[in-house]
Write a protein that binds this ligand. Structure first.
Ligand SMILES: Cc1cc2nc3c(=O)[nH]c(=O)nc-3n(C[C@H](O)[C@H](O)[C@H](O)COP(=O)(O)O)c2cc1C
Ligand code: SF4
Length: 495
């Protein structure tokens, strides 16, 4: 994990919790229109992948229990994890790329409706991603993956100062490179080949030599449109198009996107496919259905999009008719750390990853609400352009005071809490009842994120070892971790 050079350890904010009457009259617990719907409060649980789907992308009992548990806390909006729009293998991540996924998703909708008694709006985040391979063993890479051509022969001849490599048999070149120093290997491989060796092969939206990448603008609108339609059929209140972090659509929005086919280069061109996808989705689901977007306030990578780009996109998205704008930050592959051999690069290990899920080991600004100033400038620009599309701020927000202040200052319309909701899904109901002092406070040290990185079932360190002998609970790791937080028993009832 990336760290600041001289990190400052921040304490979890001391806070004052409101009494029930104050909460009832607060902005946070006031309703907000989202497209044709109304959320009961301005609280929001953003998408979090819990690694609980089947290997082939179906909803499991564990998924149902997970979302039911969040729904019991009754946030205004709950967003289901990034769910793949294509029908391709992607490990235990939910999929919505075929009608056969609809019945499971329908059960999920039903579980949330029942547990929240219809008081939580349920959206699903839909995502497309490109191929990312695991980091290969050096021997395998040189023996099987690398395609030797004139470039390698010439570079090897130069670096070794020996023309024999120009005509040497391929097997000899492979053998030599496999045992060569890092310096020689770096001199001989092209940058992308070196990346494939050290990080694992990774596709980009700019790989125009690949037909399926060239064709993305032709294919993605229909794929997203069909997926959104399935979300509607399954009964979700809306869809969130995932245009953030390290994935395909964020790749189009990125300032690094220099495609020369009209879908890269200028901001106007970079936003073209994201808008075309939106229009097709809208076509399929109709005007009365909620369609929102999650995108980046800043990519936090060299040569990446900054807040000025995000402001431009936000205005375009609002003008096009998106029903909400949910902002995130960073979470890119470009600055991720080298994975171990056999593992895949994880887009939350570099500085951009830090900014996406900031921890208490921070700079002077600290982890609490550090994206809010960017979100505020985006919201101001959207409103200034005459749109009132609700804007969601997320990142290190965990107290009522913080959330209420963001709303009071007009920095956002809705406040998202991912890790705090994971630490205590009852946050929303506890605070509303004037029981904020019973909230289990997130410590922002990212035990949950480490589990995500290892593709293991995500839990929170504050509750996954509590009451392990409770009858009937689901556990993992041979009973060492429970999969859902214990149920809240109010302190009054315990006394
Ligand atoms: C375990 C885990 C999984 C996540 N999965 C997603 C995801 O599927 N889609 C997404 O947009 N963000 C995802 N995020 C990012 C969160 O939605 C959120 O933006 C981030 O954690 C910062 O908010 P917080 O400080 O309230 O946790 C994930 C975060 C965590 C901790
Ligand atoms: S594991 Fe840590 S960072 Fe994650 S939700 Fe729990 S307390 Fe917060």
């Amino acid at each position: 994990m990336w760290k600041f050079a001289n990190p400052i350890k921040h304490q979890i904010l001391e806070t004052r919790w409101p009494a029930a009457e104050e909460a009832a009259g607060s902005r946070l617990y006031s309703p907000v229109a989202i497209g044709s719907l109304e959320a009961r409060s301005r609280t929001w649980v953003p998408a979090m992948v819990p690694w609980r789907a089947t290997e082939d992308g179906f909803v499991t009992q564990q998924n149902l229990d997970w979302y039911r548990r969040f729904a019991e806390g009754r946030p205004g909006v709950l967003v289901v994890e990034a769910t793949g729009v294509r029908d391709i293998p992607s490990g235990p991540l939910l999929r919505i790329g075929d009608d056969r996924f609809i019945p499971g998703l329908r059960k999920l909708v039903e579980a949330v409706r029942e547990a929240s008694e219809g008081q939580t709006l349920l959206f699903i985040q839909i995502i497309d991603f490109l191929e990312v391979k695991r980091r290969p063993e050096k021997a395998k890479y040189f023996q099987r993956f690398l395609q030797i051509d004139e470039h390698h022969r010439g570079a090897l001849a130069d670096v070794e100062n020996d023309r024999v490599w120009i005509t040497a048999p391929e097997a000899e070149i492979r053998e030599f490179l496999q045992n060569a120093s890092d310096e020689v290997v770096s001199a001989v491989l092209r940058p992308r080949e070196l990346e494939a060796l050290l990080y694992g092969y990774r596709e980009r939206v700019t790989d125009m030599d690949l037909k399926h990448i060239r064709e993305l603008p032709n294919e993605l609108p229909a794929i997203f449109g069909a997926a959104a339609n399935r979300a509607r059929e399954a009964g979700f209140h809306g869809v969130e198009l995932h245009y953030a972090h390290a994935y395909t659509m964020a790749g189009f929005l990125s300032a690094q996107n220099d495609r020369a086919d009209g879908y890269g280069g200028s901001r106007e061109n970079r936003v073209r496919l994201p808008l075309e996808v939106y229009r097709e989705v809208r076509n399929r689901v109709g005007n009365d259905y909620v369609v929102g977007v999650r995108f980046l306030a800043d990519e936090v990578i060299a040569g990446g999009s900054r807040v000025e780009d995000a402001i431009y996109y936000a205005k375009e998205f609002a003008a096009a008719g998106f029903d909400f704008l949910s902002l995130s930050k960073g979470g890119k592959f470009e600055d991720a750390q080298k994975p171990k051999v056999g593992q895949a690069v994880y887009p939350y290990t570099g500085q951009s990853g830090y900014e996406c899920m900031p921890t208490v080991l921070s700079d002077e600004t600290g982890p609490f609400g550090r994206t809010v100033p960017l979100v505020a400038s985006i919201k101001q620009a959207v409103n200034g352009a005459g749109f009132n599309t609700p804007v969601v701020a997320t990142g290190g927000i965990s107290t009522f005071e913080q959330a209420e202040e963001i709303l009071r200052l007009g920095q956002a319309d809705i406040v998202g809490m991912a890790r705090q909701a994971l630490a205590d899904p009852d946050w929303f109901v506890k605070v509303r009842l004037g029981r904020g002092n019973e909230v289990r406070r997130c410590t922002y040290t990212n035990y949950c994120e480490a589990l995500d990185q290892a593709h293991r079932a995500v839990t929170c360190k504050l509750w996954d070892r509590v009451n392990l002998d409770e009858p009937g609970i689901a556990t993992v790791d041979e009973g060492r971790r429970r999969l859902e937080p214990p149920h809240w028993v109010s302190q009054d009832l315990q006394d």
